[in-house]
Design a protein around this ligand. Structure first.
Ligand code: SF4
Length: 278
């Protein structure tokens, strides 16, 4: 594996890394301390809003390829104290390698967090028990049918939430803060007040915060970005319901922000784009 290119904007650095079999994978360095790593080449989950899903899965990354994203970044002078599995791929679908990499990162004193769609359920259960530093469960819809449309290859939302509920119910408030529901707001898809109302009930029921993410438009995908005004309204609506809400931070809303807004993905040099696991 070798670092092929670094694409900079004023906040983030997108590292394009070429694998030995000629795929390009991507990691994003942001906030001056965090590396967002990919776990797969392409992704089998086929989220309707994600360009990586359009191409399906090419292959899983090996354990070495996951940790080498970190090693390469360090060798190139980046200071890293946090790893987040929020690049391309669903970490639970490459679980054995991701788990091994997780322990490598922990042994090296790094904090490790995850964005996941919660599937497969067996691996999701195991993930919850690891000494992680944060898990955002991507739900993106409050009813099964719409979630199935947005995230086709996942388990039923009901089953994912049952597992999450069972896990968090006895946690202290401090530990519960490590978990959140990620909701990618997409114009005219999942942004009605009725849906936000249901989302607030869900979050309240679980005692979790909501990570409200703003969709960044991607060429060839027929969804639109919510306006700043509507995004703010959704935020205030949830806040008024008593829900703790975090918004897409300015690192993530950049074109090469990664961790929810990773936009550039090239598989065998084909242009793609990936908003990642949001
Ligand atoms: S959003 Fe994440 S889980 Fe969904 S297809 Fe893209 S990389 Fe895969």
């Amino acid at each position: 594996m070798k670092l092929e290119k670094v694409i900079n904007d004023d906040l983030n650095k997108l590292l394009e890394i070429r694998t030995d079999d000629d795929f390009t994978i991507e990691s994003v360095y942001y906030r001056g301390d965090t590396l967002c790593v990919s776990s797969q080449v392409g992704c089998p989950v086929e989220c309707a809003f994600c360009a990586s899903g359009l191409n399906g899965l090419k292959r899983n990354l090996s354990y070495e390829e996951i940790i080498n994203q970190y090693n390469i970044a360090v060798q190139n002078g980046y200071t890293i104290s946090n790893i987040t599995f929020a690049g391309i791929g669903e970490p639970l679908l490459n679980w054995e390698n991701v788990k091994k990499a997780f322990w490598f990162f922990k042994k090296n004193g790094l904090k490790v967090s995850f964005y996941t769609t919660g599937f497969p359920l067996k691996n999701f259960k195991e993930l919850l028990t690891l000494p992680h530093n944060g898990i955002s469960v991507s739900i993106h819809a409050v009813d099964e049918e719409k979630r199935k449309f947005l995230i086709p290859k996942s388990a039923r939302l009901e089953n994912i939430l049952d597992i999450l509920k069972e896990h968090v119910k006895n946690l202290s408030n401090r530990k519960r803060k490590l978990y959140s529901l990620a909701y990618l707001l997409i114009k005219d898809v999942n942004d009605t007040y009725n849906e936000l109302e249901k989302l607030s009930k869900l979050a309240k029921d679980l005692g979790l915060s909501v990570s409200l993410l703003k969709y960044n438009q991607i060429e060839n995908i027929p969804f639109e970005t919510t306006s700043d005004e509507d995004y703010e309204k959704a935020f205030l609506f949830l806040r008024k319901k008593g829900i703790k809400v975090t918004l897409s931070n300015r690192y993530r809303t950049r074109k090469i922000g990664g961790c929810g807004t990773l936009m550039i993905n090239r598989l065998k040099k084909e242009e793609g784009g990936c908003p990642s696991c949001m």
